[in-house]
Design a protein around this ligand. Structure first.
Ligand SMILES: Cc1cc2nc3c(=O)[nH]c(=O)nc-3n(C[C@H](O)[C@H](O)[C@H](O)COP(=O)(O)OP(=O)(O)OC[C@H]3O[C@@H](n4cnc5c(N)ncnc54)[C@H](O)[C@@H]3O)c2cc1C
Length: 424
């Protein structure tokens, strides 16, 4: 295990090897393909896997390495549904479309875990639920309302009282919880690399270290400029989500980038066996949300909204763990990292059609493992003949979030202060 504060734990702990080491070959182009996919995360790789399985000639172009974006940096909670409770989704999307979308995402963890099984992806899948933990009495009331909402839909979720939550988490700090049996945890980098391996096995080509610097429509093809290869493609799927840059500025302007950071201890033994003994991951109801899970080697991984601040984040993590588990000795941390989440103004994801033959699913609001995987499949279906009305969402065009320039620094400051206060 490398002790590297800049890179995510998952890139060292994933059992799936990095794609390049496993494959040994380098794509040099030029290429003419049916489908070019920009971005090597859940969205791009799921698009490539499903498109290649349907016989589409497909090339993935990733600027850095597989899993460089949110896909290799996340908590690994394979959650059902959105950040918003089902009632709020129906209120925003309309009763019928909202209900259909909630149902679609409710089945999403099963799809992800089946994919993992089918392709034997080595990502430590644990399909025993996730816990939304109430940090306050108000948070518990919110969970009661969510539980009622899910129960009305027949979803397998259990409202836990404070005592049950203590038993399942090992801390007395929570006022209750909501256990969702559809959900689970994975090593997200392992899953991302496994998707890449499966996509290649299905016939997709993957070029890493290959940033797409320009996209131009000429006739009925897209021309993609990269420092290494020139690519002509009939269709393009942009899977850059929160890591969207200047390539298509309207994407970058359509969401607020929010940082989320995590720290991982060294593997712990018996002294931490009582912490999340069932292996669930959790996130809290707090406005500045925190996350907690253990990995397959027994590390505790704790996180919250904001960025890693050298020294401060380590103090924050130790103070948080002391509050939750006063019986633990002070702990050191093996890895500390952060990543960027794309928050949309209404907290709903999007599938955009930017132009003829140019699509992008994005704006997962911190729910990308399931949504990215399923939206990738949906786009592969669309590009191989499935009617547009079968997409999980209607196709849209990006709208600029006019407030993002104010919101981003406001949140950054708020999260930094939160970290500072809680580190004391
Ligand atoms: C810290 C953190 C915690 C999270 N926790 C969870 C969680 O527990 N559960 C969950 O479901 N979701 C979680 N999420 C959200 C989830 O990780 C993202 O929604 C998901 O990874 C998005 O996947 P993606 O493939 O669309 O984009 P990404 O994984 O971000 O990939 C985008 C890729 O595009 C590449 N790229 C960008 N521009 C170019 C270009 N011009 N040319 C070529 N390549 C380019 C980038 O290098 C990057 O690799 C979390 C996110 C973060 C950051």
């Amino acid at each position: 295990m490398r002790n590297n504060s800049a890179s995510p734990l998952w890139s060292h702990s994933a059992a799936e090897p990095p794609l390049d080491a496993a494959s040994g070959d380098v794509f040099e182009g030029p290429a003419e393909v049916a489908l070019a996919v920009i971005g090597g995360g859940f969205t791009g790789l799921s698009t490539a896997l499903h498109a290649a399985q349907k016989g589409l000639d497909c090339l993935v172009l990733e600027a850095q390495q597989i899993g460089h974006g949110g896909s290799g940096r996340n908590v690994g909670l394979v959650n059902a549904g959105l950040w918003l409770p089902p009632g709020a989704v129906r209120a925003k999307m309309g009763d019928s479309a909202g209900a259909r979308f909630v149902d679609y995402l409710g089945h999403a963890p099963a799809y992800v875990f089946d994919l993992i099984e089918r392709h034997q992806i080595r990502c430590d899948p644990r399909r025993n639920g996730t816990i939304h933990a109430a940090h306050s009495p108000r948070g518990f009331r919110d969970l009661q309302a969510r539980a009622a909402d899910w129960h009305a839909l027949g979803a397998p979720v259990d409202l836990l009282d404070a005592e049950q939550t203590t038993r399942m988490t090992g801390t007395m700090q929570f006022h209750g919880g909501l256990l969702d049996h559809r959900a689970g945890t994975i090593n997200p980098e392992g899953y991302t690399r496994g998707l890449a391996r499966a996509a290649r096995a299905a016939g997709a080509r993957i070029a890493t270290g290959t940033e797409v610097t320009a996209l131009e429509r000429k006739g009925d093809h897209w021309h993609l400029a990269t420092p290494k290869v020139r690519v002509r493609a009939r269709n393009v799927v942009i899977g850059t989500n929160a890591y969207s840059g200047a390539l298509w500025p309207a994407l970058r302007d359509s969401f607020t980038p929010i940082s989320f950071f995590q720290l991982a201890t060294a593997p712990l033994g018996a002294e931490a066996a009582h912490i999340l003994p069932g292996g669930q991951g959790l996130w809290t109801t707090a406005r500045v949300m925190a996350s907690l899970r253990r990995d397959a080697d027994g590390r505790i991984i704790i996180g919250s909204m904001g960025s890693i601040s050298p020294g401060l984040s380590h103090r924050w993590a130790n103070r948080m763990l002391q509050r939750l588990f006063p019986e633990l000795p002070p702990l050191g941390f093996e890895a500390a990292w952060h990543g960027t989440i794309a928050f949309t103004p209404d907290h709903l994801p999007r599938i955009h059609r930017l132009a003829d033959g140019l699509y992008t699913p994005m704006g997962y609001n911190g729910r990308g493992i399931t949504t990215g995987t399923l939206f990738g499949k949906a786009l592969a279906d669309l590009l191989t003949g499935t009617p547009e009305q079968d997409l999980p969402l209607p196709l849209t065009t990006p709208q600029a979030d006019a407030m993002r320039h104010l919101k981003a620094p406001f949140y950054r400051l708020g999260f930094a202060l939160n970290q500072l206060v809680k580190a004391i």
